[in-house]
Structures are given as structure tokens and as C-alpha cells.
Design a protein around this ligand. Structure first.
Ligand SMILES: [Cu+2]
Length: 57
């Protein structure tokens, strides 16, 4: 079975991983310099792999 690639991104904070293979782990470090709700996505699977990050003061 071919591994399924993924690519993590938070466009509001200019975060974008390299292509990840299935079961890879990623540590993404960024500064959340504004509050609110922000969407994170897998660029390869838009609408199927996404979520929300909530940044509070
Ligand atoms: Cu994906």
C-alpha cells in the first residue's frame, strides 16, 4: 500500500510543513501574534483534514 502524503499549514501564521509521509511526526513552532480562531489544514486534503486553533490573550 502506498503511503499517503500530507502537508500541514496554518496560512494566517505563514506555517507550512514539508510533505509528510503517513505516520510522520511534525513539530511546528510559530508565534501566534494575534488572538482569534485560525484554521489549520492539510494542503493535500482540503476540506477533509482541517481544524481550528484558538489563540486567547
Ligand atoms: Cu492530508
Amino acid at each position: 500500500m502506498t503511503p499517503v502524503p500530507h502537508q500541514f499549514a496554518i496560512s494566517d501564521f505563514d506555517v507550512r510543513s514539508e510533505i509528510l509521509n503517513q505516520w510522520d511526526r511534525l513539530t511546528a513552532m510559530f508565534t501566534a501574534d494575534e488572538t482569534g480562531r485560525f484554521t489549520y489544514v492539510c494542503i493535500i486534503h482540503p476540506g477533509r483534514m482541517d481544524g481550528t486553533i484558538v489563540v486567547t490573550p
